[in-house]
Design a protein around this ligand. Structure first.
Ligand code: MG
Length: 383
């Protein structure tokens, strides 16, 4: 592989840090153009010293002010900085690893500049999947999914026209075999104790309510262009089968691997090539011994049903659902509401939304903002 020039949006987050671990193992394959982190300046500084990017970008005002780092390192700031990174044609690929809506505009900028995207940011597709995929097609840009389920499907698909169904696996999270009451009264610590994956807090709570799977159905719909009727969710507690596809002839192809985000991250940033890189040990069916599957319990996890409904509605319905859910998750993490309230609040906001079909990016952000405001006004009544 020719040395690939890469930038990482969200280098200090969970995916960003693991991506740098992958890049460290494949030093001769990559050159880092820019690293953008949020507010964790100390870590961003350490990453810059180690990986020697040309640019770093932070949210904080005047990051690293007055400090001398390596020669030539340029400091960028905020959303303007992200735009500068994503319009820099030196990049071969940009890993969008930040969480939240902050990933959307930079991703669109990178696409317009013909830069391939390794996409870990769910909101980009949940909020603006139609626009993003349409632009990617127009500019001939590859969007390689980092999300383990979508990465699995991406690896399984050979001829997309012959695929009948996408089968997305869900670990089921920490409450899979707990009672609905246990789940309703769960503490933040219990919700954050994910049995299989070590991730950021927001996505871990989403995994506990299964909203993460709801968002992933919407992602899959946009990425692979499948109707919601042809996207199925199956609970698979061991998280070994990362997802599967069924061909029209009934043949099923699944992608398996140990539950480590290093694998999909490396796949996405080195695609279409593969390297041993971060592989630590060989996969053993004998060690795994068994794989279990069960239907999701939609009474206990109604978030998935809501996501199907909003996905089918289209337009800004998924924008509303995503914004309400995110604000409710933050309120739960702040101890303001109970775990189950997240769904109730999100559902109420979805029921009361003013739907816009074929929205522009500005309309999407407006709906996002209005929904967050309304959600927080409603949350205030809980305390
Ligand atoms: Mg996932």
């Amino acid at each position: 592989m020719k040395k690939r020039k890469i930038s990482i949006i969200g280098s200090t987050g969970s995916i960003g840090r693991q991506a740098l671990e992958v890049i460290e193992k494949l030093k001769d394959k990559f050159e880092i153009i820019a690293l953008a982190g949020g507010n964790n300046i100390e870590l961003l500084k350490k990453q810059a010293e180690k990986f020697k990017p040309k640019y770093i970008c932070s949210n904080a005002p005047s990051p690293l002010c007055g400090e001398s780092l390596s020669d030539g390192l340029k400091l960028l700031q905020g959303s303007e900085g992200l735009e500068q990174i994503c319009s820099n044609n030196e990049n071969d690929i940009i890993l969008v690893a930040c969480s939240g809506k902050v990933g959307l505009r930079p991703t669109l900028t990178a696409i317009k500049n013909g830069i391939d995207i390794a996409l870990a940011n769910k909101e980009t597709l949940v909020m603006a999947g139609d626009i993003v995929m349409c632009e990617a097609k127009k500019y001939g840009v590859n969007i390689i999914p980092v999300d383990s389920e979508h990465c699995a499907i991406h690896q399984c698909i050979k001829n997309i026209n012959q695929v009948d169904k996408l089968i997305i696996t869900a670990s089921g999270g920490p409450f899979l075999h707990k009672s609905i009451d246990d789940m309703k009264n769960a503490t933040v610590e219990q919700a954050l104790a994910h049995p299989r994956w070590n991730m950021g807090k927001k996505i871990t709570v989403d995994s506990a309510t299964l909203m993460n799977k709801g968002l992933e159905i919407i992602e899959a719909h946009h990425l692979f262009g499948f109707d919601y009727d042809n996207i199925e969710v199956i609970v698979h507690p061991q998280s070994i089968v990362h997802s599967a596809i069924e061909y029209v002839d009934g043949s099923v192809i699944a992608q398996l691997g140990l539950p480590s985000m290093h694998i999909p991250i490396q796949y996405a940033i080195t695609y279409p090539e593969r390297f041993d890189g971060i592989k630590s040990k060989s996969f053993s069916f004998a060690e795994i011994a068994r794989l279990d599957f069960e239907k999701p319990d939609y009474d206990k996890f109604p978030t998935v049903k809501l996501a199907y409904e909003m996905g089918r509605l289209g337009g800004t319905a998924t924008v509303c659902m995503n914004a309400a859910n995110e604000e409710a998750v933050f309120a739960f993490l702040d101890g303001k509401i109970k775990l189950y309230n997240i769904y109730e609040i999100t559902k109420k906001m979805c029921d009361e939304q003013d739907l816009i079909q074929n929205p522009s990016i500005d309309e999407i952000f407006a709906v996002d903002e209005q929904t967050r405001k309304k959600t927080n006004e409603y949350i205030a009544k809980f305390s």
